[in-house]
Ligand binder design. Sequence first.
Ligand code: GLU
Length: 485
Amino acid sequence: MPTNRPVRVRFAPSPTGELHVGNIRTALFDWAYARHTGGTFIFRIEDTDTERVTDEYIQKAIDTLKWLGMDWDEGPEVGGPNGPYLQSQRLDIYAEWAAKFLAQGDAYHCYCSADELEAVREAQRKANVAPGYNGHCRSLSPEQIATYEAEGRKPVVRMRMPEGETIFTDLIRGEVKFDHNFVPDFVLVRADGSPLYTLAVAVDDVLMQVTHVLRGEDLLSSTPRQIRVYQAMGVSPDEYPLFAHLPFVMGQDNAKLSKRNGETSISWYREAGYLPEAICNYLALLGWSPGEDRENVTMKELAELFTVERVHSSPARFDMKKLEAINGDKIRALTPEEFFTWSLPFLVNAGVHTGSEAEVALTKAALPIIQERITKLSEIPALLNFLFVSNFAVEAESLVKISDADSKKILTLAHERLSGLTEWSHGTIEEVLRAALIEELGLKPRIAFGAVRIAVTGSHISPPLFESMELLGKEKSLERIASVR
Ligand code: GLU
């Protein structure tokens, strides 16, 4: 086991779409392991599937990792001694190794057509035997090869899987054994010369001297094939990377994570107003725990505390409510300046204001009254809109709630008493409204203040009322109360 070598861990996504919760959980554990051990974090883009991986998705993957605060030591943009870090730029390397495997007899040319392979699969289905390549082209005679060539068939390169089994120790699951009866000869290079994942991933892990492969459990079954490639490359078993297959992430309903139950892109969470620290904190808890029932960790603490021993082998469950709660905690922990910096783009993008000096000043004054109350930054525009809106109107749904005689009475008295105020502060506003509405009219605060709230903010959901009125100013507050009373 390569434990005495300096730790080198890689995150190697195939960006065929935007990165999702599952990808990022893997990236985070890779990053944390590298940082915890003082090792190297490599970011490699597995883009050999040129039809599905696009430049746009590659760029998004890079941006997402950066936004989340995972820095890498080798990879796109930063370079490094083992580059290039985009597999599409390493095709000659894979071609050389495939040629070597052919020359060594570890691999062979397979001329079977798609139809022939399908017929084999069909026969296997009928006979109820495990599906897989039947070894037809394993030992073709020179004449057979000549015939296929003359027919114009283009061969794939297929790896010969010897009889026996592959056994390795997974750092999370312990000993894992694969019987080669269920690991048929596999394709390394397509007929058009393009490499397949198994070839590229194994070659790169060896050439980039990766010591630890932490990745999703869905890739467990590809491990014996990768180990077969290491063998063919002449790597000695004590130099193989160590594997740690991370538990699946299930949806809240215990079904596989999908769009429906949380598996949406990280950019969705970003737009919904989740902080990167919250996303990372929450994802770190999916399959790992810092111990002592602790749930709040910063990136720095994650790097300090992360060990593979604390990763569970049982599936983790994605819980949106918990993510929201953690996001709320992280929002509350921001300094006023940080909170302002995060909030401003949400207000501007939602069209609440344009970010002018006066609007910024009002925003800075208003943010403290909502920082304790929100769980997502995307809640901010609706909460603060009443301060900036020029053509104010009460929401239809809220208007119904104050279109009765009681409300008229409340608002008329509120208007009268507030008009007399010389000092406009939340303290004085509260004082006169309590005296007038609660004591004099004998109303319940919920009813009395509810009506005022709707009148001045336009909605029955708003930041704290008296503070809101202070921020809105006397003139506008009275104007609005007058307009609906
Ligand atoms: N590129 C592979 C994927 O995104 C993962 C490679 C690996 O971690 O071994 O599924």
